[in-house]
Write a protein that binds this ligand. Structure first.
Ligand code: BEZ
Length: 215
């Protein structure tokens, strides 16, 4: 078991999935990645989450993000469960679900929190950059389904701040003004942000959002 922190290299692994054997790094290639765990197959919240994730695939694709889910049941169980997900959530699951029966990946990513449940994974989210480093960690309990709009919002922020010297303020969403990094001087800001900026305080400078890039 390991504890993964922001900025760490995402541990690589080989795994059986609903789409065959894969190696994480090969699967991700130069893309961003989102790895998210589910407590178990045939559970109601997970069913809605995987259906939602499948319906949002075009949005993840637009952001150059490859999805990969994990549940501690086997491939056969995943394949049968996917039929239910597709039927009940009006979608077609279009990304691999890791069959982590031996808990190898769950342990590698510290997805089992014994004081919550000693066998099932919690709802972890890892966002992995093209450099294979961990850019974001989220941990939800089994009883709370994740908000996929929030995951897209946070990916927009991660990609914006990876490629520009800006940060995103509270409740920021695509199109809102962003904050200029403190490391940028006003002189530099004039050329770096041609749309101009507003100095609310010397440490709080706002500028229109630069164009989003994802590679
Ligand atoms: C669910 O996905 O619905 C779930 C899983 C484990 C515990 C509670 C709910």
């Amino acid at each position: 078991m390991s504890t993964i922190k922001l900025g760490d290299k995402a541990p690589n692994f080989d795994a059986e999935t609903s789409e065959g054997k894969l190696n994480l790094y090969d699967y991700l290639g130069d893309s961003w990645g989102i790895l998210f765990s589910h407590p178990a197959d045939y559970t109601p919240v997970c069913t809605t989450e995987l259906g939602t994730a499948a319906r949002y695939k075009a949005e993840f694709d637009k952001r150059n993000v490859k999805m990969i889910a994990l549940s501690v049941d086997g491939v056969e169980s995943h394949m049968d469960w996917i039929k239910d997900i597709n039927e009940t959530q009006n979608t077609s699951v279009n990304f691999p679900i890791i069959a982590d029966e031996d808990r190898k990946v769950s342990d590698l990513y510290d997805m089992i929190h014994p004081n919550a449940d000693d066998t099932l994974t919690v709802r972890s989210v890892f966002i992995i950059g093209p450099d294979k480093k961990i850019k974001l960690l989220l941990t939800y309990p089994a009883s709370t389904g994740r908000n996929f709009d929030e995951l897209l919002r946070v990916i927009d922020s991660l990609q914006l701040t990876a490629y520009n010297k800006v940060a995103t303020p509270a409740n920021w969403k695509h199109g809102d003004d962003v904050v200029i990094s403190p490391s940028v001087s006003n002189e530099e800001a004039k050329t770096m942000f041609p749309k101009g900026f507003k100095e609310v305080k010397s440490y709080l400078r706002l500028t229109p959002q630069p164009e989003l890039k994802n590679s």
